[in-house]
Design a protein around this ligand. Structure first.
Ligand SMILES: CC(C)(COP(=O)(O)OP(=O)(O)OC[C@H]1O[C@@H](n2cnc3c(N)ncnc32)[C@H](O)[C@@H]1OP(=O)(O)O)[C@@H](O)C(=O)NCCC(=O)NCCS
Length: 294
């Protein structure tokens, strides 16, 4: 479920201009006890970086625009506020960061309570602990990751500068290291490790217990041309227990067999049999692992 909840205000427009109305109990889902606004922002100075334990707020950009990051400890969403006729509802236990203010931005905030420092959580680590709420199995998503509408299983860890696009599915106990891009349309099983510098494109499936080494390259378009999308992306499957060594390239449509081992720097242009160790360009079978050594 998205963290973004828009509140449509009553908007009356005639020849004299626009009048916008926010009434408690009508558009605003709480009694308004406080109003404040941010104006004259420094475009490069982000603000916020806290959550509230109980406070409810509606933020309305009545002039200009700014961006909001909302984070519930499991995922982060980035949304642009640039319309004075709608507000962003920000409920309790949501970490918020505001950034990219236009110079004319005026951000009006309606709040459900008067100022109370005890209601703030200003430390992100403390916020993450609080959101677990006894659920130690919650996945960890680093504050510097950009994770959209995705499914992430229990205890998986998503590190700095990882980007995961809408509708990707990631299983439990995975470790997704810094600087990984995962497109929507990818399916990643349980206990999968993806080291840094890997892009997992639409059409790639990584089954359970797969290891993807640093800077492995997947390709999903067999005959790419700039600005021409294929009607469907080739499916690449890495079967359970397989490992792919650093800097290997996996061409589109290839299946890497269960428990196979792809050597570092290999170029895999054909399917890899189960349990095979392959090396070279093009990759060829070096040996086949016995069931025990797999
Ligand atoms: C493929 C691999 C598993 C083979 O290991 P191995 O079965 O122990 O094989 P050996 O080290 O005995 O090497 C056997 C032969 O293959 C060659 N070879 C090994 N790995 C190779 C590779 N990636 N590319 C090309 N040749 C390779 C060796 O030079 C050796 O050739 P030689 O007999 O002519 O000297 C291993 O070399 C490899 O690439 N591991 C991946 C490491 C990695 O990327 N880790 C990522 C985490 S950081």
């Amino acid at each position: 479920m998205s963290l973004v909840r828009w509140i449509d205000l009553k908007s009356l427009t005639d020849a004299r201009g626009q009048l916008c109305v926010a009434e408690a109990g009508a558009q605003v889902p709480f009694t308004i006890r406080r109003v404040y606004y941010l104006c004259d922002p420094q475009p490069d100075e982000p603000r916020g970086f806290h959550a509230h334990k109980a406070l409810e707020q509606v933020a309305i950009c009545v002039a200009g625009a700014c961006s909001f990051v909302l984070d519930d400890g499991r995922k982060r969403e980035n949304v642009r506020l640039d319309d004075p006729t709608r507000g962003l509802y920000v409920g309790p236990m949501l970490w918020r960061e505001m950034h990219d203010f236009t110079p004319d931005c005026v951000l009006l905030v309606l709040a459900s309570a008067i100022y109370d420092e005890a209601d703030y959580i200003r430390d992100y680590g403390e916020f993450i602990e609080a959101t677990k709420n006894g659920n130690e199995d919650a996945p960890f998503i680093h504050q510097l990751a950009d994770v959209r509408e995705v499914t992430i299983g229990a205890r998986s860890r998503i590190w700095q500068f990882v980007v995961i696009l809408d509708k990707a599915v990631i299983g439990s106990d995975c470790n997704i290291c810094a600087h990984v891009l995962i497109e929507g349309g990818t399916i990643i099983g349980d206990r999968v490790t993806i080291k840094s510098g890997v892009q997992v494109w639409d059409g790639v499936t990584l089954e359970n217990d797969v290891f993807i080494g640093p800077n492995v390259t997947f390709a999903n378009d067999p005959f790419p041309r700039s600005r021409q999308k294929p009607s469907a992306y080739s499916r690449t499957i890495v079967k359970s227990g397989a490992s792919i060594g650093a800097n290997a390239t996996i061409l589109p449509g290839v299946t890497v067999g269960a428990n196979a081992m792809v050597g570092a720097g290999s170029l895999v242009s054909r399917n890899v049999p189960d349990g095979a160790v392959v090396i070279g360009n093009p990759a060829r079978v070096l040996r086949t692992l016995s069931a025990e050594s797999e």
